[in-house]
Design a protein around this ligand. Sequence first.
Ligand SMILES: Cc1cc2nc3c(=O)[nH]c(=O)nc-3n(C[C@H](O)[C@H](O)[C@H](O)COP(=O)(O)OP(=O)(O)OC[C@H]3O[C@@H](n4cnc5c(N)ncnc54)[C@H](O)[C@@H]3O)c2cc1C
Length: 437
Amino acid sequence: MSRAIAVIGAGPSGFYAVDGLMRALPDVRIDIIDRLPCPYGLVRYGVAPDHQGTKGVQRQFERLLARPGVRFLGNIEVGRDVTIAELAALYDALIIATGCSRDRRLGIPGEELKGVVGSGAFVGWYNGHPDFAELDPLRPDMRHVAVIGAGNVAIDVARVLAKTADEMAKSDIAPQAASAIAQLDIAEIAIVARRGPADANFTGNELAELGRLAAFRPAVDGDVVAEAAPPDSDPAPERMRKNRNLEILRTFVTADGTHRTRILRFAFWHTPMALHGEEGHVQALELADTRHPDRHWRIPTDLVVTCIGYDPAPPPGLPLEGGRIAHDEGRVRGMPGAYVVGWAKRGPTGVIPTNRVDAMALVKTVVADLAEAPASGKPGPAGLDNMLAGRGLKPLHTAAWQCIETAENAAGQAQGRPRVKLATWEALIDGSQRSGA
Ligand SMILES: Cc1cc2nc3c(=O)[nH]c(=O)nc-3n(C[C@H](O)[C@H](O)[C@H](O)COP(=O)(O)OP(=O)(O)OC[C@H]3O[C@@H](n4cnc5c(N)ncnc54)[C@H](O)[C@@H]3O)c2cc1C
């Protein structure tokens, strides 16, 4: 009897697990369940809207959705619509691939002020994630922005705010974000990093792109980058990446400002201490010199976007350890037949291909465990269909998602963009039913 597996989460780690399972167990039946009407997780809602090349991986995942035995069940939230225990009773194996969606907090006074936003929410907003359609994080009169963090997400946020409407013309930025950003008149964006330039997690291509912006000139203190160097103890590839970053940052010291009067400033060795505001809205960021913590000062800021990582928000019913799903090499502890993969397992580190390596290793474990387990006769997809129907719930399958995609692509074509996203729950549900769903 063929095995039935539920993959919870339709992001890269879930899809790479599906890919591995299809190769290893050709007649397996797989249900991919996601709380959103759309698949692809952070490829759709995290990766920057002006980096369409990176989103190309979606085509590979799309082919998996077309494979016999694979179903997508969108708009079904595990924990709300169906529990982990119920799924465990229906499927031979569960793979939890729910990512890390909760913004980490700075833990400093003033964080509750308006105008202080986590990158999960901010990036979700500009990428048209329906949970953040109402965020409205910008004010047309804002002049100063602080982006806190020293990784590529900080660079993405700074760049999306800095690019002109022309520079974003071929992107799939959410329409409401595009028009709000186009109205801004920002004088300075500061990327604030606790540590030095040799410690930053940027990658070279993303950093170098900041040197080619039309309206913003990158700036960094020459003294701070002149002597910086990665430690000899770093492995060679890390040293290479850091040295490339340093080379690029040194070109920013003398970057041409003739036509670019707006500034994108790197503030290394600055520790955020507090946020100050008036009438409930942030107005200044208090910083300390990381190397001389008694030296404090304030910079004006109308918007603070924190890009300091994420914590998982796994469905209830799983054992936790330090906020993460407790597991041993991907096997959820104390729950035979349940597994975890991707950001839900490793935390928010690694690029899209990292999840492939992770998923392939997990698939080996799952396949080995299933080979040892007797046929269970669990009902799998038919059992889930019955359960959801009994609750009056109608999952949005691949055909429904394709209706959304067709509508988005058609709107994009009319504007010369890859797509114009449907960016609210209502628009997505409506779009999913417009034809043939
Ligand atoms: C802002 C940002 C930009 C990035 N840019 C790049 C980039 O340019 N290049 C690159 O290689 N990597 C990039 N990454 C990293 C990349 O996105 C991750 O490595 C990858 O998405 C992690 O995959 P995942 O499947 O583990 O999680 P996710 O992609 O987060 O997918 C998790 C899925 O689970 C679903 N889910 C969550 N809870 C439930 C539930 N209870 N029930 C049902 N479904 C649920 C979610 O809706 C989501 O679809 C970026 C990350 C971020 C945050």
